[in-house]
Ligand binder design. Structure first.
Ligand code: ADP
Length: 355
């Protein structure tokens, strides 16, 4: 059997889908494998002795990115090289690569090994998915926005007919018109919620530092009428600053606080409290608790799905509010979940990135 170093060398030389090579401390390429030819188009003679920046695009060469990568690898032992690179025939491909520092036993730098593979198809697929998603979000936004106008017209003419001509209509015709009016109003709520859902996906403001206390105050002032009608108390601990969008955070608290009021227990004054459940350097976990009617714990996963409603028609709504909350939280990279006990109350938890 051949000795191990020879076996390793042969394996690397024959590796076709990965360009693997050694670069000296000055950035000059010292070795070649079959992958260099297969991926980049260089024969051994054309390759050895070139500067490692040969595969960088002219724009990246201009900002000496190759040298920056080597400096990072020298300081941190390794640097990733995930970017567009150039082949010998000047076509570009999306590379997933890594450069590692090689040292002798005393720790002196001998050079670097670099391994690169071609991930152009994955990158193109990823880019087209991002584009398709953005197009879908814009479509949902435009569709729900444009649907509102004809619906408003149907609603107002049905109401006009009832008001002006109602006494000339039979009682069943009046009843049918009533159904039209209430269905239009229900559909309008649904469309507005869908619009809010689409808006939560379309980037409006870039993420910035948001004081959660201010987002809660904004939500509470929008809910002033229902807080007063129900006698609800909404309290909160001092909350941290997070990296998010103010309007989205306000919407998140608006949906959760208004649910706490809507699903209140008939025999108790609704109390909603917002606190910090956990904190670390990167994430904060916020809890929004209420003392309402609660729901069966087995439904905790389902309630975030669109149009899922656990309670009867006496509670207004479209079942999209929590879906919007989930979307808002997930867009910041966080997650949302709930705990509940029937007749005792519910707590909604979500994580947000600290700013
Ligand atoms: P909506 O309130 O419009 O129905 P949501 O998406 O906000 O829609 O909530 C989905 C369902 O989850 C509600 O219909 C209700 O059954 C349940 N739910 C949400 N929040 C609460 C809460 N605080 N207490 C009890 N049930 C809740």
């Amino acid at each position: 059997m051949e000795n191990r170093p020879d076996l390793y060398r042969q394996q690397i030389e024959q590796l076709k889908d990965y360009a693997f090579f050694f670069i000296d401390v000055n950035g000059m390429i010292q070795t070649w494998n079959a992958g260099v030819e297969h991926l980049l188009g260089y024969s051994e003679a054309e390759w050895i002795g070139q500067h490692a920046s040969i595969i960088f695009t002219p724009a990246d060469q201009a900002v000496t990115l190759c040298e920056t990568e080597m400096r990072v690898a020298r300081e941190q032992n390794s640097a990733s090289d995930i970017r567009w690179h150039r082949k010998k025939d000047t076509t570009e491909f999306f590379a997933n690569g890594v450069i590692n520092a090689v040292r002798n036993s005393s720790g002196d730098l001998l050079g670097f090994t670099k391994i690169v593979c071609d991930e152009t198809s994955r990158k193109q697929l990823e880019d087209s998915l991002i584009q398709a998603n953005a197009a879908l979000e814009n479509f949902a936004y435009a569709a729900s926005h444009d649907l509102q106008e004809p619906l408003r017209t149907i609603g107002s003419y049905a109401q006009l007919l009832l008001r002006r001509e109602g006494n000339q209509l039979s009682s069943s015709a009046q009843e049918y018109l009533g159904f039209i009016v209430s269905s239009v109003s229900r559909m309008s709520t649904l469309i507005q919620d869908l619009l809010a859902y689409a808006c939560a996906g379309v980037e409006k403001e870039p993420a910035s530092s948001v004081l959660l206390d201010l987002a809660i105050e904004a939500a509470v002032s929008q809910l002033a009428a229902s807080i007063e009608d129900s006698g609800a108390t909404v309290t909160h601990d001092p909350l941290p600053t997070v990296a998010a969008e103010h309007s989205q955070m306000t919407r998140l608290f608006l949906n959760l606080i208004s649910n706490g009021i809507k699903y209140r227990a008939p025999n108790r004054t609704p109390c909603i409290h917002i606190s910090v459940a956990a904190n670390d350097d990167q994430w904060t976990t916020i809890a929004v608790s209420d003392n309402g009617i609660g729901f069966q714990p087995e439904h905790t996963g389902k309630i975030f799905e669109p149009f899922t409603r656990l309670h009867g028609k006496e509670y207004s709504g479209s079942g999209v509010g929590l879906t919007i909350c989930q979307r808002i939280v997930e867009r910041t990279g966080g997650r949302i979940w709930a705990q509940s006990k029937v007749d005792e109350g519910s707590t909604f938890f979500f994580t947000l990135p600290r700013s």
